[in-house]
Ligand binder design. Structure first.
Ligand code: CA
Length: 241
């Protein structure tokens, strides 16, 4: 029996969760439960389908049942780790066997939940796994500077967990500033890094784009992060200092 959790907003509104489970009732229950917590959820019936989707959709987390037709959930974990992906994986299994649990964790699973389970517990574990990833940027492409997060691989920037709506150039500029946080970058250096060497643009294009970014960071609740260093250039810092 699966109990439905009450709806609460989470700070992981950007997270997409891939649910791999062939049992339709369990899968749709899990999908509904996660959707109630504002996660984007994609459900698939097989490990093979999951492998295809992981490459395109870059989910933030996988919920994987051990018992699947064809490739097992354990084998799916192993393959994903072999492919070098460090996406968090929560393993589901009907069997509360120590050996099963150990196999799942050894294959690269991050946590383990035995069926039948309460959806509240599943959601709590998902949140905990996502928190762990977000507070430990080592091994991910995410640069965190105060409330600002820049995920270069997925080209997503967020402030306090809310995604910023940025043009390509704005993203590149913000990403460059973030990965050089606390370092002053000259206008020329920024032109080289963001616009490329063969630029035919005025140096004031940097000032114009800095202005755009400042307005967007300000509106998102992170004002004053980009400082002007007179006669030198710009620097991104975590606070207003
Ligand atoms: Ca199953």
């Amino acid at each position: 029996m699966i109990s439905m959790p009450t709806s609460t907003r989470t700070e992981d509104a950007l997270a997409t969760i891939l649910v791999v489970e062939d049992d339709t009732a369990v899968r749709s229950g899990v999908e509904r439960g996660l959707a109630l917590h504002d996660y984007a959820v994609v459900g698939v019936e097989s490990a093979e389908a999951a492998l295809e989707l992981v490459a395109h959709r870059r989910p933030s987390l996988l919920v994987v049942d051990v018992g699947l037709p064809g490739m097992s959930g354990i084998e799916l974990c192993r393959r994903l780790r072999d492919l070098g992906t460090d996406v968090p994986i929560l393993i589901l299994s009907a069997r509360d066997q120590v050996g099963d649990r150990v196999a799942g964790l050894q294959a690269g699973g991050d946590d383990y939940l035995v069926k039948p389970f309460a959806l509240d517990e599943l959601v709590a574990r998902v949140q905990a796994l996502l928190r762990r990833v977000r507070t430990d940027p080592v091994g991910t492409d995410v640069v965190a500077v105060g409330p600002l997060w820049v995920d270069d691989a997925r080209r997503i920037a967020s402030v306090h967990g809310e995604r910023l709506d940025l043009s390509r150039r704005e993203f590149d500029l913000l990403s460059t500033l973030a990965s050089n946080a606390d370092l002053v970058l000259s206008r020329i250096r920024l032109l080289e890094l963001v616009w490329g060497y063969d630029f035919e643009v005025e140096t004031n294009v940097v000032d114009v784009f800095i202005g755009y970014l400042r307005r967007k960071l300000d509106a998102a609740g992170a004002p004053g992060m980009i400082k002007t260093v007179r006669g030198v250039g710009f620097v991104l810092r975590p606070g207003r200092r």
